[in-house]
Design a binder for this molecule. Structure first.
Ligand SMILES: [Zn+2]
Length: 455
């Protein structure tokens, strides 16, 4: 068994209630079930079914990947509604003091160089907690209800539910009983240790207690989250077990960062494709000239087509016990799949002391080029060369990466070739709007603090 010791990031204030056995000092969530819940107003079976959380029901668009949503929202640009809701609610939780530190006070800079790696000094994220042992050689591990999971979180950390609409439009309900909708709501909650403005967790079907593993419906939900936000600066990420996920309860992360990520700029080489309906094409490319080997999925005949291709690939990696990270960008039109072996190398003692001392955990954000640094020294000395060196240790070696490509080709039914190289650096569709220094403020939507009304 391979394990590493790391200081776990607290994503919820309820994680602190864990005792030394990793068990929660909280009442059994199956006890006291009734109309009033357990009294803690939690996300468990005791309280969630009788809750009145806001519901954002998104229009299910099975037909067209690029078609914009057609709802209107009280004079606000429709694309901004979800962003306003999310950020308005997020700021409300900030005012209520639910975060462990003020992320807007963390220093951030773009490191000079070709790729523009982003460095953040975040000294508050890992303090006040002792290291915990994590098993890193098992991508699939069963759900353990004794360990911290999101059913233990208080509802004040939830911003809204995010679920498919039963009607042919996106709808918002400021307070919606769970009984009237799904029996196991999918929720968007704050990450109380944010690494950027608007950092949230998307927890699919929270009462189903799914372990941290990709399945088709959950991945489609995450893709729809990025699509519905319709903002290229809003990215959704995923870490598998063994690739720096620390909670074995299915969740995605997301936040706004108003610069192009280095991984989005990397040149790519097209290696697989599949023709679909109406002249559509699903294309898989390989990252070139980037420190981490990875694949990029684009196109497809529908959002589900793209989503299923990625989900099938992830499921194959899971079955082959290959840890990976996923980044959903470009409003759900582009997905990066990044297998990694840093935790394994760390457990085997193959990572240099110099890198270990930085305590940087190369999860999805770091691999994509947003380096969250814990020491002032590393922040001041940050360079493209150093970022590159760290990320090179994360990458799968060539031979193992070939296995990943085979996995994708067979599981997602995408044929290898033709190999069309386009090795130019990508400008990114939004570089003209990109400020020279990363801003914590979301530029394109006004943030409203009041609870949004029905669309
Ligand atoms: Zn409860």
């Amino acid at each position: 068994m391979l394990t590493i010791k790391k200081v776990p990031t607290l994503v919820s204030n309820y994680q602190e209630d864990q005792n030394s056995d990793g068990n929660c000092n909280q009442p059994d969530s199956t006890a006291n079930v009734g109309a009033t819940g357990c009294g803690r107003n939690c996300l468990g079976n005791c309280c969630l079914p009788v809750s009145q959380l806001p519901l954002y029901a998104f229009k299910v668009n099975e037909n067209d990947l690029d078609k914009k949503s057609t709802y209107s929202c009280n004079g606000v640009s429709p694309m901004c509604f979800l962003n306003n809701l999310l950020l308005g609610q997020w700021e409300d939780r900030m005012r209520r003091g639910l975060f462990r530190y003020d992320v807007t006070a963390c220093e951030t800079k773009v490191i000079p160089g070709r790729y523009g790696f982003i460095a953040q000094l975040n000294e508050g994220r890992h303090l006040k907690k002792r290291p915990t042992e994590f098993r890193v050689d098992q991508v699939l591990q069963p759900f353990d209800e004794k360990k911290f999971n999101f059913t233990k979180v208080g509802q004040e950390e939830v911003l809204f539910r995010f679920e498919p609409s039963k009607d042919d439009m996106s709808l918002f309900f400021p307070a919606h009983p769970v009984d009237a909708g799904s029996s196991s709501p999918s929720v968007v909650a704050i990450n109380v240790s944010p690494i950027e403005y608007g950092h949230v967790l998307l927890i699919p079907c929270v009462l189903d207690c799914l372990p941290q593993r990709i399945d088709h419906e959950s991945f489609l939900l995450a893709l729809n989250f990025a699509k519905e936000a319709a903002d290229p600066f809003f990215r959704v990420g995923y870490n598998s077990l063994g690739a720096f996920a620390t909670i074995n309860h299915l969740h995605f992360q997301a936040y706004y960062l108003s610069v192009t990520f280095p991984v989005e700029k990397a040149p790519t080489s097209r290696i697989m494709s599949r023709k679909g309906l109406h002249g559509s094409e699903l294309v898989v490319s390989e990252l070139q000239d980037y420190p981490v080997r990875g694949l990029v999925f684009e196109g497809g005949s529908t959002p589900r087509d793209l989503s299923d291709a990625v989900a099938n690939s992830c499921i194959c990696l899971q079955q082959n016990n290959i840890p990976f990270n996923v980044l959903i960008t470009d409003c759900g039109r582009k997905v990066f799949l990044l297998p990694q072996c840093y935790a394994e190398r760390q457990a085997l003692g193959e990572v240099s002391q110099e890198l270990l001392e930085t305590q940087v955990n190369p999860a999805v954000w770091e691999i994509s080029g947003h380096m969250v640094l814990k020491r002032r020294k590393d922040y001041d000395d940050a360079s493209e060369e150093r970022a590159w060196k760290l990320l090179s240790e994360v990458s799968l070696p060539e031979a193992r990466f070939e296995k990943v490509k085979a996995c994708v080709s067979t599981s997602a039914g995408i044929q290898l070739g033709p190999d069309n190289r386009s090795l130019d650096m990508k400008e990114g569709p939004y570089d003209s709007q990109t400020p020279p220094v990363a801003s914590h403020l979301h530029q394109r939507c006004l943030v409203t603090s009041s609870l949004a009304s029905t669309l």
